[in-house]
Design a protein around this ligand. Structure first.
Ligand code: ATP
Ligand code: MG
Length: 177
């Protein structure tokens, strides 16, 4: 299963709806500094349930809402939709995950258009294998920390990632520190 499309609106620099498509395999997002590349990954993490401001690169939750410019007013709602597609070996089945947040506080999670509570949503993500963003989204600053691990620690970390085991929780916390 791979991420086929991310649709973002009202999130950080994305004032109006924008879609980013991916193909199976490795995808690369390129662009000038400050155009919103990392914001796309933040949006993916947020839609996967991330709430930690550090991991979303903001001070307060409010910073997730597009702040407004002369051209566009501040966003009242943040919407991020992820379209997950089954791999080419399976017949195209798409699972649509979405998270919406209103400035007034409502935080709404949906799977294929059906609203779920946060914990049911996170359970669904676990079942799909899309839950643990600490393992699956590796940020630039984590790579720097990874380079500072000892060779033995790197082996433990990578073996844990490949086996999906819990052995590297301590290392994961250090990388995410
Ligand atoms: P780099 O190549 O330097 O890593 P990038 O393409 O990854 O750049 P991002 O970090 O995704 O850039 O985007 C940074 C931009 O997002 C900044 O211009 C910042 O002002 C804008 N931005 C962040 N939060 C908001 C917000 N809440 N409202 C409006 N703009 C925002
Ligand atoms: Mg960036």
């Amino acid at each position: 299963m791979y991420l086929e499309e991310v649709i973002i609106s009202g999130f950080k620099s994305y004032a109006v709806e924008a879609g980013v498509g991916f193909k199976p395999g490795i995808g690369v997002i390129v662009g000038n500094n400050g155009v919103g590349k990392s914001n796309i990954l933040d949006a993916v993490a947020w839609a996967l349930g991330e709430n930690d401001p550090d991991r979303l690169r903001c001070d307060r939750e409010e910073d997730l809402f597009f702040g407004g410019t002369q051209e566009y007013p501040p966003a009242a709602t943040v919407n991020v939709t992820l379209k997950l597609k089954a791999g080419p070996e399976k017949k195209a089945s798409v699972t649509t995950l979405a998270r919406r947040k209103e400035r007034c506080g409502a935080d709404v999670y949906t799977v294929d258009g059906v609203e779920l509570g946060r914990s049911a949503y996170l359970q669904k993500l676990s079942a799909l294998g899309w839950r643990d963003t600490a393992r699956t989204l590796i940020r630039q600053e984590q790579i720097n920390r990874f380079l500072h691990l000892s060779p033995e620690e790197r082996v433990v970390y990578l073996a844990g990632l490949l086996n999906g085991t819990e052995v590297n929780q301590e290392l994961i916390s250090r990388l995410n520190a």
